[in-house]
Ligand binder design. Structure first.
Ligand code: MSP
Length: 501
């Protein structure tokens, strides 16, 4: 079965920032990990291009809205290669196929009576494109943007969310790890238990920039229906059936949990479609304590700039190394550099270079295969201990605990470096015999091959370079938890990661 890994589709209302980059990088890491395990996965990203807010922003820039979103979509598309993010499908909500798909969805839901005409009165935040119940407001301000909400009462089509409450509750209770980390799932279950769900307003009368409601052109379809169904449009565009949404892993920030954990599955249930495999929810990045947001220009540094300063591998690594996924974290360039230098430049790349240099110098790059039983005890112990830790790394990847992945990889490298120093293979002929040196380099080379594979989803270029020196092609390599000892054939000893200054 194909797994679809998705990023949220990004609002085409401003330039990409590092918060957006984070959603994209996490999804790409999950995608690369699954592919490395031999699974078939498709990475979907895209841009959310309709809605009042985008129309207003385009107007403020004196630009025609279609041209405006075209430019922003191009900015996002251009960002991904700079971050080594490799989407298979880039969906835009202004695409003809998508608009036709959403109209059809609407007709089905309206035909079933799940969508019906009415009026809606509430507190609306234009920036979020959503109504807020009083209990979620911060005084009279939106909890995300901290800006006053406006009272709106207007004709609106409504979706009968309550009709699906019990089924949603049953589903979450019978799939306890659908949302990761689990405290987000607990919160959704609490909300579902706490009483009837208000009908959701799913159309707007004061927004011309959107998909028209079929048979009622005064209304446009609510941007969140429009946006969420882009996941399925993209699945269809990749040649699969809508039901393949069952194999979807949605990566999203905690600010958009409600849309993905309540509204999205309710729409899918209403259409008789299966629910996604997983919601992976991440926290926010701040800069000097301020949430990175396009409305706060001091924080909205283009992630391409960070990628130039840290390299794409460095940025990707630092973002998962600095905090557990679901927590918030502060992005401080010097701290990121320190972690990258310590872990990637010193602990990993430097060890690879030193080991490979010795194998080339003393063994012409070639070390014959040896079985575990032929190795001395120290080597055996190292293999056993690193083997267990590599299993932990793979388990952590499977559980989307990417921070844990980096911590365990760091522990493995600490062990490898300690082993290398204690065994001092550079003292060949000066106290260390050839057998001792050969087995040291043999074990280290084999473990570094596994370690490089484990790093590959996070730091793909670094992994490609390290593996190439062992004659391994990452595109055909498969990550397994058991340590395989191969003969070693080293063809280079390059400096794969320059220290950052
Ligand atoms: N268009 C909607 C998503 C629709 S998905 C069907 C949207 N777009 S967004 O551009 O505002 O945000 C996209 C992603 O960026 C979200 O996952 C959001 O959490 C993430 N981030 C935006 N700012 C962020 C930080 N400061 N830190 C980390 N991620 C944050 O919401």
């Amino acid at each position: 079965m194909t797994t679809f890994i998705t990023t949220p589709i990004f609002y085409a209302s401003g330039d990409p920032h590092t918060g957006h980059a984070y959603s994209g990088i996490i999804a790409d890491i999950v995608h690369r990990f699954r592919q490395l395990c031999g699974e078939e996965t498709i990475l979907i990203t895209g841009t959310d291009e309709h809605g009042q807010k985008i129309a207003a922003t385009a107007q403020a820039h004196n630009t025609d809205v279609a041209t405006f979103v075209e430019d922003k979509a191009a900015d996002f598309a251009a960002l991904w290669p700079q971050l080594a993010v490799q989407p298979d499908v880039i969906i835009r909500t202004t695409q003809t196929e998508h608009k036709a798909h959403v109209s059809k969805v609407w007709q089905t839901l309206a035909g079933k009576g799940d969508i019906y005409p009415g009026t809606y009165a509430g507190q609306y935040c234009v920036a979020c494109e959503q109504y807020y119940p009083a209990r979620e407001l911060d005084g009279d301000c939106c909890p995300v943007h901290k800006k006053p909400v406006t009272t709106v009462e207007e004709a609106s089509y409504l979706f009968r969310l309550e009709h699906y409450r019990q089924r949603l509750l049953d589903y979450y209770q019978s799939h306890p790890s659908l949302i990761t980390p689990s405290h987000f799932q607990d919160a959704i279950i609490e909300q579902l238990k706490s009483g009837p769900l208000e009908s959701l307003s799913v159309s707007r009368v004061n927004n011309a920039w959107g998909i028209r409601v079929p048979n009622d052109s005064n209304h446009t379809i609510y941007v969140w229906i429009d946006a969420l169904f882009s996941y399925i449009t993209a699945i269809q565009l990749s040649g699969h059936n809508s039901a393949a949404i069952a194999g979807a892993v949605h990566v999203l920030g905690k600010d958009i949990l409600k849309f993905h954990a309540l509204y999205w599955p309710a729409f899918l249930l209403a259409l008789g479609l299966p629910l996604p495999e997983k919601l992976v929810v991440h926290g926010w990045w701040t800069i000097e304590g301020e949430k990175i947001a396009k409305s706060n220009p001091a924080t909205a540094v283009n992630p391409g700039v960070f990628s130039e300063q840290l390299t794409a591998d460095g940025l990707r690594y630092a973002l998962v190394r600095q905090k557990p996924l679901s927590r918030d974290g502060n992005l401080a360039l010097d701290e990121l550099k320190a972690a990258i230098n310590a872990d990637l430049a010193n602990n990993l790349a430097n060890l690879v270079k030193r080991n490979n240099t010795l194998v080339l110098k003393h063994f012409q790059g070639e070390l014959a295969a040896t079985t575990k039983n032929q190795l001395d005890d120290e080597c055996g112990q190292l293999l056993a201990s690193c083997g267990q830790q590599i299993e932990q790394v793979i388990r952590a990847y499977r559980q989307y605990e990417l921070y844990q992945v980096t911590l365990t990889l760091k522990q493995i490298l600490d062990q490898l470096n300690t082993f290398f120093h204690q065994r001092a293979p550079w003292l060949l002929g000066k106290g260390q015999d050839e057998q001792h040196v050969a087995s040291t380099c043999f074990v280290v080379s084999n473990l570094l091959r596994h370690v490089a594979l484990c790093y590959a989803p996070i730091t793909p270029q670094l992994a490609v370079n390290i593996l190439a020196e062992q004659g391994v092609d990452l595109t055909t390599a498969v990550l397994r938890s058991d340590i395989e000892l191969h003969s070693v054939s080293i063809n280079g000893a390059g400096s794969h990661f320059q220290r950052l200054h």
